[in-house]
Design a protein around this ligand. Structure first.
Ligand SMILES: Nc1ncnc2c1ncn2[C@@H]1O[C@H](COP(=O)(O)OP(=O)(O)OP(=O)(O)O)[C@@H](O)[C@H]1O
Ligand SMILES: [Mg+2]
Length: 255
């Protein structure tokens, strides 16, 4: 992997949270990322928006060490996921659009199993129960098999796992697609909880309402880079939803 100048690299190694600098990636001859810059610090929620095929999931794949980027700097708490995928993954929790759980195990048993895989402390009363409590999974579901869980309940288990692991970075790919408004609201509250715990949250989404509700920054990915970034204003109307919607619905130039 080619890297930028050494001072940028040294700074990225020091940084907590997520650092992406001048990231480039091609699948075959198709250039998908063309100089992406993005930073998410501790206690910050970043919503990454962009049309279908813009490269959002590819960006997450680079952070997860699933792909080796053509060029650029990618760091998860100072770790390069392409060089040390296990090290990077130990610092993060990834919640895909469809959360896969062991269907025949209960919510508690799933947490116990995944925590043991992660080599994390898993004593039920002090780790698992508080995490399930924090995500407001109804108590009657704690000892129910997850095979019957709704999408919202599965996500709660996944976030509970992230909280129980005390990871500093949370990656989410379209977490609110298919959630009803109430579940979306609850989900947004959960992200806010993660923020108060100092987690750096990167959420890929098409859900502008959710982004406006919870994000500190919103970035538009187009033509392989962050074309525009907006910072939340202090105050109750933190983003101008109409302006964002007009921006998001603008026709994309084909790559
Ligand atoms: N493994 C792969 N091999 C070849 N091309 C790929 C691969 N993964 C993604 N692509 C292509 O790269 C581009 C970006 O894909 P990506 O999945 O990152 O987009 P996205 O922004 O997540 O889109 P969506 O909103 O539809 O989820 C698309 O053109 C896609 O077809
Ligand atoms: Mg995607």
């Amino acid at each position: 992997m080619t890297v930028g100048d050494s001072s940028t690299e040294a700074r990225a190694d020091d940084e907590r949270g997520i650092v992406i600098h001048d990231l480039r990636h091609s699948y075959g001859s198709r250039q998908v990322l063309r100089g992406l810059d993005l930073r998410v610090g501790p206690g910050e929620i970043y919503a990454l928006l962009g049309g279908n095929g813009a490269g959002k999931s590819t960006t997450l794949a680079a952070l997860l060490g699933f792909i080796a980027p053509s060029a650029g700097i990618v760091r998860v708490c100072g770790i390069d996921p392409a060089a040390d995928p296990q090290g990077a993954r130990a610092q993060l929790a990834y919640v895909p659009e469809s959360v896969a759980l062991y269907e025949h195990l209960t919510a508690r048993e799933n947490l116990d199993y995944f925590l043991s895989l992660a080599g994390a402390d898993r004593s039920g009363a002090t780790v698992i129960d508080p995490a399930l409590d924090a995500v407001a999974l109804p108590r009657h579901a704690w000892d129910a098999r997850t095979g019957g869980f709704s999408k919202g309940m599965r996500q709660k288990v996944a976030i509970a796992l992230a909280l129980a692991r005390h990871v500093p970075v949370l990656l989410l790919d379209e977490p609110t697609s298919g959630l009803d408004p109430q579940a979306t609201l609850e989900f947004n509250r959960l992200l806010a909880t993660a923020r108060t715990r100092g987690v750096a949250v990167l959420m890929v989404t098409h859900d502008l309402l959710s982004a406006v509700d919870v994000a500190d920054r919103i970035g538009f990915l187009a033509d392989g880079r962050i074309e525009e970034e907006r910072q939340a204003d202090s105050g109750s109307a933190r983003f101008d939803l109409n302006a964002l919607h007009a921006r998001y619905a603008r026709p994309q130039v084909a790559a």
